[in-house]
Design a protein. Structure first.
Length: 292
C-alpha cells in the first residue's frame, strides 16, 4: 500500500473517535463500558521518568468522567521494540486515569497482524496482549444504510478490502463508501472519496470504472472528473491524480491551506515523487521539509 496509509488511517479515527470503541466491541468482542462521548486527547504517555513514550492516538471514553481509554497504534511492519513500549503505554495511562485501558493495533497486512497479536511475556505470571485488527478483520460494508450511518467505517472498509482477490466486491465496497459521503461537508467528502479509491488494486479500479455512475452522486469536482475521464485517461493517470489529491489534503490538514504553486507541484509529480512526499509527511516538521 502507499506510504501515506499511516496518516490516512489515523485521520478516520480522529474524525470519529467512537469508531475505535465500536471495532473493539463489535468486531473483536471486547468489553467496552457504556459511554456518552469519545474524545481524542494527548498521545503523550510519558511518566515522571525521562523516557519518552508517545502513541499514535489516545481516545478517552467519558460518562461522568473517564470510564475507559483506548490507545491506538497503526503498525505497518514488525518492530520488536514495541513489545517493550506497548505495555508501558497502557500502564502509564492506566495510572494517570485510574480506569481500564486497552491497546488497539491496526495493521496494513495479515503478517504484521499475526506478529502484533503474539502475547508479550512480562515476567513471572504476567502477560500482555493487545487487540489487533488486520485488513481481513475489517467488516465488508456492502449495505448503504450502514455506510451512511458511519462513513468513516465505510471508507476504512474500502481501504482495507481494496486489494482483495474479489475485484468486483472491492469495487462495490468503494462505490458504497463514496455514496456514503453525501451530506458531509465538501472537504471531508472529497478527502473520503480520495481515500476510498487510492487503495484499490488495478482490477478493482477497472471494475469501479464500469459501474453506472448515474446511480451515485459524487461530491467533488475531482470525483466527477475522475469518473468522466477515467477510461480515456487510463488507470495509471487516474491513480497518480488520486494520490496527488490525497497527499494535498493530508499536507493541508497538517500544515494549513496550500498555495497554488504547491498544488501544481503535486499534480505534476510522478508516482514515485508523491510516495517520497508521503514518507516525509510522517515526520516532517514543516511543509518545505515534507515537499523536499
Amino acid at each position: 500500500m502507499v506510504s501515506h496509509l499511516h496518516e490516512s488511517l489515523l485521520l478516520l479515527f480522529r474524525n470519529r473517535p467512537a469508531l475505535a470503541a465500536s471495532l473493539i466491541r463489535e468486531v473483536l468482542g471486547g468489553d467496552i463500558p457504556p459511554f456518552h462521548e469519545a474524545r481524542v486527547v494527548s498521545a503523550d504517555l510519558t511518566d515522571i521518568q525521562p523516557a519518552e513514550y508517545r502513541a499514535d492516538m489516545v481516545i478517552e471514553l467519558f460518562d461522568d468522567g473517564p470510564v475507559f481509554a483506548i490507545i491506538l497504534e497503526v503498525q505497518l511492519s514488525d518492530d520488536p521494540r514495541k513489545g517493550y513500549v506497548w505495555p508501558a503505554y497502557v500502564a502509564n495511562l492506566r495510572a494517570r486515569l485510574e480506569c481500564e485501558v486497552c491497546l488497539l493495533v491496526f495493521t496494513a497486512d495479515e503478517a504484521t497482524a499475526r506478529w502484533a497479536a503474539m502475547p508479550v511475556a512480562m515476567g513471572g505470571m504476567n502477560w500482555f496482549r493487545p487487540y489487533v485488527l488486520g485488513p481481513s478483520g475489517v467488516p465488508e460494508i456492502t449495505d448503504e444504510s450502514v455506510a451512511r450511518a458511519n462513513p468513516e467505517l465505510a471508507v476504512l472498509s474500502a481501504m482495507a478490502h481494496g486489494r482483495d482477490d474479489d475485484a468486483a466486491k472491492s469495487a462495490q465496497i468503494a462505490m458504497i463508501a463514496q455514496n456514503a459521503c453525501r451530506g458531509l461537508d465538501g472537504d471531508r467528502a472529497e478527502l473520503y472519496f480520495d481515500l476510498s479509491i487510492s487503495f484499490l488494486a488495478e482490477a478493482a479500479r477497472n471494475a469501479l470504472e464500469k459501474m453506472d455512475p448515474q446511480k451515485y452522486e459524487y461530491q467533488s469536482d475531482f470525483a466527477r472528473r475522475y469518473v468522466a475521464q477515467g477510461v480515456a485517461q487510463g488507470v495509471a493517470q487516474g491513480h497518480v491524480e488520486g494520490r496527488a489529491s490525497l497527499i494535498a489534503r493530508l499536507l493541508a490538514l497538517r500544515f494549513g491551506a496550500l498555495e497554488g504553486h504547491v498544488q501544481r507541484k503535486l499534480l505534476s509529480s510522478s508516482a514515485n515523487e508523491l510516495d517520497a512526499i508521503g514518507e516525509r509527511l510522517l515526520s516532517a516538521r514543516t511543509l518545505e521539509e515534507a515537499l523536499g
